[in-house]
Design a protein around this ligand. Sequence first.
Ligand SMILES: Nc1ncnc2c1ncn2[C@@H]1O[C@H](COP(=O)(O)OP(=O)(O)OP(=O)(O)O)[C@@H](O)[C@H]1O
Length: 376
Amino acid sequence: MPDGFDREHLRGLVTVTQTPRLEIRNLVRAFEGRRVVDDVSLTIMPGQVTCLLGPSGCGKSTTLRMIAGVEMQDSGEIWADGQLVCDTVFRVPPERRGIGLMFQDFALFPHLTVAKNVAFGLSGSQEDKRARVGELLERVDMARHAESYPHQLSGGEQQRVALARALAPQPRIMLMDEPFSGLDNRLRDGIRDQTLTLLKEEDTAVLLVTHEPEEAMRMGDEIALMRNGKIVQQGAPYNVYTRPVDRATVSFFSDANVVRATVNGALANTAFGRFLAPGVADGTDVDIVFRPQHVRIDFDRQGSGPLPTPSDGVAARGVVVRARFLGHESLVEFRMEHDGSLVKATVPNVFLPAAGKVMWLTIPRSRCFVFPASRG
Ligand SMILES: Nc1ncnc2c1ncn2[C@@H]1O[C@H](COP(=O)(O)OP(=O)(O)OP(=O)(O)O)[C@@H](O)[C@H]1O
């Protein structure tokens, strides 16, 4: 062994490679000649929550149904713990895939008690089943309702029973399709957090389908953003939010302001200053995209004009069109004097300038994204 190295030191450097709990490779499914799932690949580790996020109709549920085994793919493979589960020739039946399902219309069996609902998918001795049901009902805080029937429970309570039922057979993988959308906001946060804790404790790999960015950011260790059957971006919520791949991705997560400009000498000239557009040919249009919370309003100098620092770019004048209080922030809409375009800005707390007031706006360079111009 070379000088300066010992076994302990080396051990610390070795990366332990874990087998993915769920891996899908190049899944494709077409209906009537249209690919609704188009070459989708995903890897989920034990204890990891990945949110498949995208607008309605982009192919999220079809992807989930193929993994569950209730829909067949046209091509591609599904693997669990390093074992092939399904390709176009070989197919493990749905009930033997070790996959738990939790959908929005989770329908408990109405004629069975809570305890019997949870015990439904369990095998083993009566004693073992009773113990597992008891443990899970404790953990979802429903033990006192063990002998109740579903119709005697609130929506949130039913959802907790559904969660216990889905977890009871200790699935390796949990597929969840908009599981919380039937709940009102007050209940939803608590049940989401409880669900997440339980799934992590059981080391389950989770694929959760949602069309709500906020839910995906709250629940997901990773977000896989889907559009028109394809995964357009994948990564930790922070990375997807702060390094979006295109204008549509920015707009999907939040309101977005767009300033269009034509590139000249790798620079896009705007009323907010010049932006670098490396590698973009002269004469090409680009969109400078920025979120309302990153617009800076010059409160002090108001109409008299600020002296921007270089990182803030150039200040442009906007006339207040409308200002609304949204609770924890205010949304102010401006009509820009230089071209009549609209720019939205959010400001913490209460800031409600009168319509017609002129203010100067800047956008920090680091908060802007430059994309090829889109028709969207
Ligand atoms: N069995 C089917 N036959 C024909 N078209 C289908 C079938 N199943 C799904 N589709 C179509 O495939 C597309 C994707 O549907 P899917 O349910 O996967 O989308 P989604 O992203 O889950 O949408 P939502 O969030 O609205 O549920 C839709 O245009 C849908 O109409």
